[in-house]
Ligand binder design. Structure first.
Ligand SMILES: CCCCCCCC/C=C\CCCCCCCC(=O)SCCNC(=O)CCNC(=O)[C@H](O)C(C)(C)COP(=O)(O)OP(=O)(O)OC[C@H]1O[C@@H](n2cnc3c(N)ncnc32)[C@H](O)[C@@H]1OP(=O)(O)O
Length: 208
């Protein structure tokens, strides 16, 4: 289900409000930002039908109603994670289907100074690996195990790439792997196991 421009606009403004709360330590400056954002929120709510967004997030067909705190365009606590799909080609040329997202994390996702919080790193990798686990119309599967290695700080305020792919499938089990890179350097790696519940995996288990 696609998100209306009004809902997405309101989500973006709410993200701005969250950002103001963690950025402005002076109440007068904070109050000024709050007034601006409140005015923008009210203006859009006057007539939701005329709200337009120049660069809306693309609705993803394999995720009909995304309300997750990881990637929903209508959930302001979610990082602005727009997941795309591709086949790794040219350089690697291994033909692996991959899910990936290029994302900039603002201050509200900070852990150590200047770095993305490790839990947010895990959240994004869980989501992108979970998305990749559902490639090719595979039946629903849940994260059973997720192992993270934090190799280096993941920077705030600059584009990082979150990627995930299936490494192998054994019956109901999908073994996943992925990483986050910043300027081409790996900052975190993930390995995980997604399992399709017995009742939902009849076609998959008959293949095993
Ligand atoms: C969420 C998807 C919904 C579908 C949506 C469709 C479209 C989606 C599009 C895009 C999706 C993006 C969405 C991302 C969402 C983000 C991820 C989350 O937040 S998920 C929530 C957190 N996770 C849970 O809540 C799971 C909780 N756990 C469970 O419910 C169960 O454990 C479950 C269903 C996962 C498995 O239950 P069992 O009872 O079937 O499992 P047993 O029988 O113990 O294990 C199955 C096999 O796996 C082996 N196994 C277990 N652990 C293993 C391990 N660590 N290594 C190797 N094998 C292992 C076992 O030995 C067994 O093998 P043998 O069949 O006997 O051969």
């Amino acid at each position: 289900m696609s998100v209306s421009p009004f809902a997405e606009h309101t989500t973006r403004l709410t993200r701005s409000l969250i950002n103001a709360l963690v950025s402005e330590h002076d109440d007068a400056a904070l109050a000024s930002r709050v007034r601006e954002i409140a005015a923008d929120l009210s203006a859009a709510a006057e007539d939701p039908s005329v709200v337009e967004i120049r660069d809306p997030m693309r609705p993803r067909s394999r995720f009909r109603l995304d309300l997750t705190p990881a990637s929903s365009a209508r959930n302001p606590i979610a990082p602005p994670l727009e997941i795309r799909h591709r086949v790794r080609g040219a350089a690697e040329d291994d033909g692996t289907a991959e899910s990936y997202a290029d994302v900039v994390l603002p201050l509200q996702y900070q852990g150590p100074p200047g770095r993305v919080h490790g839990g947010i790193v895990a959240l994004m990798l869980d989501q992108v690996l979970g998305d990749a686990a559902h490639a090719s119309g595979l039946p629903p599967a849940f994260t059973r195990e997720l192992t993270l290695t934090y190799d280096a700080g993941t920077p705030l305020n600059s584009t990082v790439r979150v990627s995930g792919r299936i490494s192998r499938i054994e019956g109901r089990k999908r073994f996943m792997e992925g990483e986050i890179t910043a300027d081409g350097v790996v900052t975190a790696r993930a390995r995980g196991l997604w399992i399709s519940p017995r009742e939902q995996s009849a076609p998959a288990s008959s293949r095993s």
